[in-house]
Structures are given as C-alpha cells and as structure tokens.
Ligand binder design. Sequence first.
Ligand SMILES: *Cc1c(COP(=O)(O)O)cnc(C)c1O
Length: 219
Amino acid sequence: MSIQENYNDIKNQLPSNVQLVAVSKTHPVLAIQEVYDLGQRVFGENKVQELTEKYPLLPKDIQWHLIGHLQTNKVKYIAEFIDTIQSVDSEKLISEINKEAAKHNRIIKVLLQVKIAEEESKFGLEIEEAENLFQKYMNGDFPNVEITGLMGMATFTDDKIQVKKEFLILKKLFDELNQLKKLETLSMGMSDDFPVAIESGANSVRVGSAIFGRRDYLK
Ligand SMILES: *Cc1c(COP(=O)(O)O)cnc(C)c1O
C-alpha cells in the first residue's frame, strides 16, 4: 500500500479523540512532506541529530515530538522548537529541559515516560519515581516545563493480554495524577499494538511503520 493509503487506513481506525503522532524516524523528508500534505501536523522522531537535520527542511507548523531517549547534553539543540518531549525519564533531564526552555522564554510540554514493560531494555521511570517527580513539578520545581501526560511502551510480544495488562498499569497512574492536575495526554500504542492501547485508555498513539512502511526495507 502507498503512504497515502496507509495513512488514511490508520486515520480511519482512530476514534476522533485520539491524537496521531506520525513517527517518521529513518524516513526521508519527502515522505514526511507527503503525510503533511495529507493533513498530518504532529510528527515524532527519536534522535536529536536526525530531527535537527529534518526540521529546517519541513513546514514550520509541524508539531515535533521527541519520542526517544534524550541525553541531557542534547536538549539545547531542540529546545527552541520542540513541541513535546515524550521521553522524560529522569529528574536530571526534566531540570535540563526546564533550564533550556527558560533560555528561550518558553514552556516545553513533556510527558513522563514510565516503565511498564516486563522487558528489561526499556527506558522509563518506575511508577514511584514518576509520582515523586510529578509531586516536585506540582510544587513548582520546573516552571518552564508543563507535564501534559504520560508515555509508555508495552513489551514487544504478540500476547495481547500481557500488553493490555501493561497499558492498564499506566492508565491507572494517569487517572491518579489526573486528580492532582488535569492531564491531556496518555501516549501508548505503536503500529502493532495501538488498538489495544486505545482500548486501555490511550488518547495519543505513536505510529511509524504502519504509515511509512517498514524501516528495515529502507536500509
Ligand atoms: C519507533 C517508535 C514508535 C513507532 O513504532 P512503529 O512500530 O514503527 O509504529 C513509537 N514509539 C517509540 C518510542 C518509538 O521509538
């Protein structure tokens, strides 16, 4: 299927309240422009270098989301233009984002990335760490950052029950923190598991290969 068919197919599967973040990592600027021309405005990249190369070549009304692990020393390269950093996984990182956002006189939206997968490899805060960090935020520690929600990745498995169980852990935390401050975004679900994520309460999904094609075909 073409990118256009893929995109329309995904859009048709998403309820109107669910935001689509089109994950364009590894895909060329032309492919991103094609999806932009179909009306998409929110795109996700996972590497700072790739994002800073693509950013100047694409329309300025794209809302860029950083979805991959972010090293503190790279925050400065994206602080001026990034819309949302979905992958906040430490206090050190949120402090740095706060500092860089202040330099540019802006407030950067972030999601706390929480570790929900059983797999060891995934980045993210433990539940308790996320609660503690959120509390510091509520106390006013990071005035140039707005925590707008949570992000999580489930274990890479075909076991839908396992995946759903993990997503529901994050939904529970989302509901808990949402009592303290109204949160907008629960980002869960990728090409292979977004329907389960939506069933579990996600209102934002990060879909790459189901739109742009499989990344390994391009390499
Ligand atoms: C690559 C990536 C995605 C998209 O994955 P697909 O399987 O291609 O849809 C979503 N979230 C994160 C954090 C990613 O790194």
